[in-house]
Design a protein around this ligand. Sequence first.
Ligand code: NAP
Length: 312
Amino acid sequence: MEDLIIIGGGPAGLTAGLYASRSRLKTLLIERLSPGGQILTTDWVENYPGFPDGVSGFELVERMKNHAEKFGLEILSHEVIRLELSGEKKIVITDKGPFDTRAIILTCGAGPHKLGIEGEDLFTGKGVSYCATCDGPFYRDYEVAVIGGGDTAVEEAIYLTRFASKVYIVHRRDELRAIKLLQDRAMADEKINFVWDTIPTKIVGKTGVEGVDLENVKTGKTSHLPVHGVFVFIGYDPNNALVKGLLDLDETGFVLTNENMETVVPGVFAAGDIRSKLLRQISTAVGEGATAAFAAEKFLESPSGVLPSSKC
Ligand code: NAP
């Protein structure tokens, strides 16, 4: 039986794994693919402390993984299918069999929110993308559209200017949600054009994307934007399928915890992007991973003990 199983290998999970392994807990991290999470879709990280010149998402995650493994963290590439959380012994059922554990930290993260319009599913991988780092190089000298007005949309639009001849940012309002610094960079970029007050209604093409139909939300006027790629960055949905009905979630499906990362089930913790919170950053995920591992250690020492502030 494990002391602790961490589900998800992004920055929150790898940090929890580092802290737990270093505290000599028998710890397993289970990740569906290879560790990294959304950080792998980030080309360049420039707001993680200690890297004033920035660092690639890939390098940062490799460093986190190597650091955790140095202290003995075991990482398995399995898909978790179901959780049994009712008893003192928790069971993590994977595609390769079940694992027993005394505590769990959920760090399953979040995935891209979809537009839900015609053509989106049909052309995913054929012109519709949710990852500029992965797919940007395919659009060298082509025009592309980015949907959204938050930090991700603007940051990725700036990244896409390395390849695309023109990048249209299509935003449903007339002001961006992104931080001022990113706004200023995008506004100063000659390759970036803004399409304000506008939503996409249909992605069109034959074998691949040839354009996107648009509607101005103020005037109702419709138009067509001929582009070869549509990059969708309109927020994220929590990867909560494993815990729906088992844990308390907020109205948008993110897991509710207290400040010790405890969920409503004793011995089950959540950290990182899957958690209901104000700010989703690598730095916040890392802090929460450390807190969750420390709280799990305290729980294992004294399962009935009460940590300060242990009410959700
Ligand atoms: P976000 O902040 O939730 O922004 C989503 C954007 O998509 C908003 O502009 C929103 O419009 C728009 N939108 C939402 N649903 C839409 C729909 N159905 N149709 C059209 N547009 C839609 O998401 P995010 O940009 O992915 O950022 C998520 C979190 O990660 C944030 O906390 C962000 O600060 C953080 N982040 C930080 C960095 C960084 O520090 N470098 C980079 C990326 C992300 P409205 O504005 O009208 O709501």
